[in-house]
Ligand binder design. Structure first.
Ligand code: GTP
Ligand code: MG
Length: 194
């Protein structure tokens, strides 16, 4: 899989309007502003396929992209962002939860966390929930470009302990430099149905 032919398919604001479950799907989840949309842009080498912003709360719907005519990528709104009104937050949450719980073609959830930070409760809750529901996930520790190599390893080890994963279950990543991009792509390619 080359991740070369990528097209925006649709934005989904309600579970009723999900696209036909034709292909395997990979969803990208994480705290608001962590870099979910930037990660997708880097994977597909398109600077602005997905809109990004320095202000949290940019992505407000489930955004579907189709890659190489065989895989859907789904950019999710971020969680844990206080400035979004409570009513909006809970409707996003319902949309995200409903999607994650019921989507038959969901093959993997990429859980994106900031490499610089301690493991956060809401990230741990998500990982626990995915484990409990037997949904495969891949942890991506992003914004690695903001740390030196030594610090990257140190921080990654702390996150590994927090999420109880081993180094082969996560990828250190930077949307800015492209570090880890090939690794993420080859992990995701394995979810395409042959
Ligand atoms: P929401 O849609 O609001 O949930 O945010 P998001 O998780 O999609 O984050 P987005 O990709 O919009 O990025 C948020 C900010 O972080 C932007 O200013 C990006 O340029 C920056 N950013 C994302 N990834 C990286 C990275 O790997 N390195 C650096 N230095 N900045 C990054
Ligand atoms: Mg976004």
């Amino acid at each position: 899989m080359k991740f070369e032919n990528v097209q925006f398919l649709q934005s989904v604001f309600s579970l009723k309007s999900l696209p036909e479950p034709l292909y395997s799907e990979v969803a990208f989840a994480g705290r608001s502003n962590v870099g979910k949309s930037s990660l997708i842009n880097r994977l597909v080498n398109r600077r602005s396929l997905v809109k990004t912003s320095s202000k949290p709360g940019k992505t407000q719907s489930l955004n579907f992209f189709i890659v190489d005519e065989k895989l859907y990528l789904v950019d999710l709104p971020g969680y844990g962002f206080a400035k979004v009104p409570k009513s909006v937050r809970s409707s996003w949450q319902q949309l995200i939860n409903g999607y994650l719980e019921n989507r038959e073609t969901l093959a993997c959830v990429v859980v994106i966390v900031d490499l610089r930070h301690e493991p956060k409760d809401y990230d741990r809750d998500l990982v626990e929930w995915l484990r409990y529901n037997d949904i495969e996930f891949l942890l991506v520790y992003t914004k690695a470009d903001k740390l030196t190599g030594n610090k990257q390893q140190q921080k990654a080890a702390a996150l590994d302990a927090g999420f109880t994963v081993t180094p082969d279950q996560r990828i250190i990543f930077s949307a800015k430099t492209g570090k880890g991009s090939e690794q993420v792509k080859s992990a995701l390619a394995s979810y395409v149905k042959r």
